[in-house]
Design a protein around this ligand. Structure first.
Ligand code: FAD
Length: 385
């Protein structure tokens, strides 16, 4: 008979790697199963940068989780001697009209939870950050604690942490099926190489969640997203930290360009994209070939905000969002199987939470409950009636 594990973690991307690390650190016997290689570029957690911020315009309920996420990112950086390698504080600008959701929502979260921020009037934005020359009078909420995570390095670090604490991690091994025993006491997971048994299962399957959790019929829509690295005109230094924070701009409802400061190679370009508005797809139908010409449609939007960001597209890479109808996450116990926990539907804003979601999933797998409120993420909230 093979090893019997306490927990199997299905999927070792952002959420799964953090969960495997948290469980292994607690002394649990963990098996992690990943269909691709460590920190691969075929899911949702690649592209060198992810925004992390605290004055969350998506809702005040997220803020306590974010504050804990920051602590846990600092903890794993400390434990794995990666100080500053996972999270770099860059500051961040949330830009929009005075009555836009991005400004009113960010201000509400900042004031409710005492998050450090400065509100910049349109002239202040242009003066303090002269790369931004929006054609409309736009306000900006500056978050000094905003920063950028390196997703590949975060995942590699969590995987290393998990292995150092005894986890068995199998790569290039896709899960074909999982089944809960009739008496509910264990879970059996079958892959192309074998089958494994554990007391509990955590599912963090990203864009593949619709298939892995088919019986729940979650209303998940996978979107093709493209990240572009654009060479700015003029002086590259002004697009680097500390001159250039990350930004998200709500130019009109539903039109939200965002971008990052140049980190690392100054010739690497400014990474930009659009929040949402991707083409619906599945992991199987995703057109993974992105071309520089796809930026043509976005160029006027960016040029109207950042006139110097009008240069050559150096790279274009695809990625997938997995969206819920309300853009809130799906995290909790499986409604029919209390020894199965699920984390899905991160709707294009989940990476910053990996550290804390990993801790939450470890709680659920280990004890069946967690002290953090999960009502917003209830997997059953989409049921009719
Ligand atoms: C372009 C883009 C920009 C983004 N920007 C931000 C941002 O700035 N800030 C932010 O917070 N978030 C951002 N996000 C969202 C964030 O990256 C995602 O929410 C997060 O990475 C999702 O993590 P995950 O673990 O759910 O998915 P993934 O990291 O994709 O992990 C799922 C894993 O499960 C594996 N898997 C699936 N099925 C199986 C199977 N049957 N057997 C074995 N393994 C399996 C997959 O191979 C994969 O490795 C962005 C996303 C994209 C695409």
């Amino acid at each position: 008979m093979g090893t019997v594990y306490d927990t199997i973690v299905l999927g070792l991307g952002g959420m799964g790697s953090a969960t495997a690390a948290a469980l292994a650190q607690r002394g649990r016997r963990v098996l992690g199963l990943e269909q691709y290689t460590p920190a691969h570029t075929l899911g949702s957690s690649h592209g060198e940068s992810r925004i992390i911020r605290q004055a969350y315009f998506e809702g005040t309920d997220y803020v306590p989780l974010l504050l804990e996420a920051y602590e846990l990112w600092a903890q794993i950086e400390h434990d794995q001697h990666q100080r500053g390698a996972l999270l770099q504080i860059t500051g961040g600008l949330l830009i929009g009209a005075q009555d836009s959701q991005i400004i009113t929502g960010s201000l509400h979260s900042a004031r409710t939870h005492g998050i450090a921020h400065h509100l910049l009037a349109p002239d202040d934005l242009r003066r303090r950050y002269p790369m931004f020359q929006p054609q409309q009078p736009l306000y900006a909420l500056y978050e000094p604690h905003g920063g950028v995570l390196n997703p590949e390095q975060c995942i590699r670090t969590y995987l290393q942490h998990a292995q150092q604490h005894g986890a068995d991690l199998h790569f290039s091994e896709a899960v074909q099926e999982w089944q809960v025993a009739a008496d509910g006491s264990s879970v059996r997971v079958t892959t192309e190489r074998g089958s494994y048994t554990a007391e509990t299962l955590v599912i963090g399957a990203g864009a593949w969640s619709g298939a892995v959790l088919a019986e729940l019929q979650l209303p998940l829509v996978v979107e093709r997203q493209v990240m572009f690295w654009v060479q700015p005109q003029g002086d590259v230094q002004q697009f680097r930290v500390p001159h250039f924070p990350f930004f998200i701009a709500e130019l009109e409802p539903g039109l939200e360009p965002y971008g990052f400061p140049i980190i690392g190679d100054p010739a690497g370009g400014v990474k930009v994209s659009l929040f949402y508005n991707g083409t619906p797809c599945t992991p199987a139908t995703l057109n993974r070939t992105a071309t520089a010409s796809e930026f043509d449609a976005l160029r006027p939007t960016f040029a109207a905000l950042l006139p110097e960001l009008d240069g050559t597209v150096l790279r274009a890479v695809t990625c997938m969002y997995t969206c819920t109808p309300d853009h809130h996450f799906v995290v909790g116990l499986h409604p029919h199987h209390p020894n199965v926990s699920i984390a899905a539907g991160f709707s294009g804003h989940g990476f910053k939470f990996c550290s804390v979601i990993g801790a939450i999933l470890a709680d659920l797998a280990h004890t069946g409950s967690t002290s953090r409120p999960l009502g917003l993420f209830d997997p059953m909230r989409f049921r009719a009636g």
